[in-house]
Design a protein around this ligand. Structure first.
Ligand SMILES: C[S@@+](CC[C@H](N)C(=O)[O-])C[C@H]1O[C@@H](n2cnc3c(N)ncnc32)[C@H](O)[C@@H]1O
Length: 301
């Protein structure tokens, strides 16, 4: 007569077997890849130095042959950008990202968008699982921010952010390698009320909403659309003509060409840049600004 296996042994084998993970459906897999492709596009977009250029590049980035699900990727990038300031505030308030996840912050922004404002249902992927576990913390951080800003919903918050952005003055920096500041004030003054900044020489303040992207002085590199914080770095160093300066993270080159101007085109600047495409942008901007003579560009690939 055949002997039956002891029941206890069968039970322990059953206990050791891991519960089988549900295989993701095609839709879940496709959404998983769209989030990663969107994160790559978002990363390149956020490295753009002004919003107009960034928006212009989203389509070209999404339409590159490596992006498989173009429609979903484009929608995810645009929607995440719409809520980006809110998402950043929420993530900071929730304080949930370790150094490991911070390295993939664009993917974190995309997934947080999906969790808070996007699709319902479970999201496939390790980063998604991590953030899903933190969803309560993200939602309560969002509620705190809404309460603090005195708005009822996230759409009101986005509108509030847009209004305060529209009220900010516009800064432009005069490239003194090409023109002097008084000439720039006269030229720009034909269209706008122009004031000099009291901290950064050659930095001009224009009214909120002033749009100089297509202004001839901007197009020919005589005036740069550079914010006040960015313009303070080279001034703080106070380089003299003849110095040798290293700009360790240089593209798109705003500070590099500012250094060149402060050094009056004399000396040497070693501009390092890791990203190949951004090296090309750096070279274009340096040429446009007329700063080539003192520059040595190192592509740190
Ligand atoms: C915020 S941007 C710099 C902006 C620039 N200083 C300006 O004023 O226009 C940072 C740049 O540093 C580059 N970068 C990051 N790590 C780097 C590294 N280890 N070596 C060289 N470049 C690096 C990035 O690719 C990016 O282009």
């Amino acid at each position: 007569m055949a002997r039956r296996k002891p029941i206890t042994a069968q039970k322990s084998v059953a206990k050791e077997r891991k519960p089988e993970e549900k295989r993701p459906s095609n839709a879940e897999r496709s959404a998983y890849f769209a989030r990663r492709e969107a994160a790559k596009v978002l990363r390149s977009t956020l490295q753009g130095d002004d919003r107009r250029r960034a928006v212009g590049s989203i389509k070209s980035l999404v339409y590159s042959p490596s992006v498989r699900n173009k429609k979903a990727t484009y929608a995810l990038v645009c929607q995440t950008l719409k809520y980006l300031e809110v998402i950043k505030d929420v993530m900071e308030a929730a304080n949930i990202l370790s150094a490991k996840w911070k390295k993939q912050k664009e993917l974190m922004y995309i997934i947080t968008y999906d969790l808070l404002f996007g699709q319902e249902g479970s999201l496939t992927g390790d980063a998604e699982k991590y953030l899903t576990l933190k969803k309560d913390a993200l939602q309560s951080a969002l509620s705190r921010i809404l309460r603090h800003k005195g708005v009822k919903n996230v759409e009101d918050l986005v509108t509030l952010d847009k209004i305060s952005e529209l009220q900010k003055p516009r800064y432009v920096r005069v490239n003194t390698l090409k023109i002097d500041t008084e000439f720039a004030i006269r030229e720009l003054g034909q269209q706008y009320a122009v004031e000099k900044d009291d901290m950064v020489p050659d930095l001009l303040i224009l009214p909120p909403g002033a749009d100089l992207h297509k202004h001839p002085l901007v197009m020919n590199g005589s005036v740069l659309l550079q914010g006040k914080a960015s313009s303070m770095a080279a001034v703080a160093l106070d380089p003299k003509p003849g110095w040798e300066v290293i700009d360790a993270c240089s593209a798109p080159g705003n500070k590099t060409v500012h250094l060149a101007a402060l050094m009056k085109g004399k000396g040497k600047i070693i501009a390092c840049e890791l990203n190949k495409e951004r090296v090309n942008r750096l070279i274009d901007n340096v040429k446009l600004a007329g700063a080539t003579s003192i520059l040595c560009i190192i592509s740190c690939l």
